[in-house]
Design a protein around this ligand. Structure first.
Ligand SMILES: *Cc1c(COP(=O)(O)O)cnc(C)c1O
Length: 348
């Protein structure tokens, strides 16, 4: 049975009653045919980008909806998932009053966005194996808790959280559960978006920045109920996705075979890198990964980081994160890059 979720109990009243900016391209959308556009004060000389972009990203949305098996009205496209997360804060969290719960070590943007939006942050750390402490999370909920926000697979640890744990949170928390699935394509679990009918309080965010290889375009997506999507759409900047990004994404997504084989390669390279690292004396632990990176605990992270840097290898020292002392995060490169990395590691 579907959970009860009434958006007006959770969204900020001023956002629900906001009348959004209507752009020229909102009031008239051309389909087929020849039109003369004298409505938006653009330069009329064609250059490929002289017109404002489609504020609804209709073509791209249709393509992504097919790819992610959801309806177009369940989909929002953002200027990176960072913009989408920011919209969620602005739509649902009243500054100086509401709070959200995050589970460190986690993606750094949640804290930054909470701070920017003056929303209090409650931190319930993952356990030492980087799994959710569901009872502690639920015990930390207060009347001002608007959202639980986490990524699965998790950054920086790499693991996906257990299905039962996420389900327990969805079943027992009535506010928003935001699951950031930036790395979903590298893992063997399917997206939580398949459970949206049961959990209307769920927002799944994904991105074209990782598996799809378009980090430079800045394209993130939210999959949620049509009610939540329509609220987020009302507050988004009208032209948040530029024309070139929409066109390039359409082009890349017209044939996903290349992306699929890159994902497979990344997964097999992940295993290869894991084996190579396991044989090194200074590597103490390699955490299980469902993503395109490995978190590795070494004897001395700042030393190994510097040594690798001296060999032109850039990794990320995550030592400052909760439970990540002496941990380095390593993204999976191309087979050639990984060979170079393994050679560099062996020479330390
Ligand atoms: C990389 C990453 C993102 C990506 O954000 P974009 O703004 O879409 O590039 C989101 N969440 C997590 C956990 C990430 O690691």
């Amino acid at each position: 049975m579907a959970k009860d979720f009434n958006i007006s109990d959770w969204a900020r009243l001023e956002m629900l009653s906001l009348s959004p900016y209507t752009s020229a391209r909102d009031t008239f959308t051309a389909t087929e045919g020849e039109w003369t556009f004298l409505d938006a004060n653009e330069n009329p000389n064609a250059s490929g980008v002289n017109r404002y972009p489609d504020p609804n990203q209709s073509k791209l949305k249709k393509r992504i909806a097919a790819l992610r098996a959801c309806d177009e009205n369940q989909l929002l496209i953002g200027n990176g998932s960072d913009e989408i997360l920011d919209l969620i804060f602005r739509a649902f969290c009243t500054p100086y009053k509401d709070e959200i719960i995050i589970m460190p070590p986690t993606y750094g943007m949640y804290k930054v966005l909470a701070n920017i939006n003056s929303v209090a942050l409650v931190e319930v750390p993952l356990d030492k194996d980087f799994h959710l402490q569901t009872d502690k999370i639920l015990a930390s909920v207060t009347p001002n808790t608007k959202a639980l926000m986490f990524c699965s697979p998790n950054n920086p640890s790499g693991n996906a959280f257990k299905k039962e744990a996420i389900q327990q949170l969805l079943d027992n928390f009535n506010g928003l559960v935001v699951i950031d699935e930036a790395y979903i394509d590298f893992c063997d679990f399917s997206s939580w978006s398949a459970t949206l009918r049961t959990y209307p309080n769920l927002i799944v965010t994904q991105t074209l920045s990782k598996a799809f290889g378009m980090a430079g375009l800045r394209l993130g997506i939210a999959i949620a109920s049509p009610e939540i999507i329509s609220l987020l759409k009302r507050i988004k900047p009208p032209y948040n996705i530029n024309t070139l990004s929409q066109e390039k994404a359409m082009q890349t997504l017209s044939d996903t075979a290349a992306v699929k084989s890159q994902i497979e390669e990344s997964k097999s390279e992940r295993n290869r890198l894991k084996k190579a690292l396991a044989s090194l004396s200074w590597v103490e632990k390699i955490y299980p990964s469902d993503a395109n990176f490995l978190l590795v605990r070494v004897d001395d992270a700042s030393k190994r980081y510097a040594e690798l840097l001296a060999k032109n290898m850039v990794t990320r020292d995550r030592s400052s994160q909760e439970n990540c002392k002496n941990c380095i995060r390593i993204s999976i490169g191309t087979p050639k890059e990984n060979n170079q990395f393994i050679t560099a590691c062996k020479s330390l």
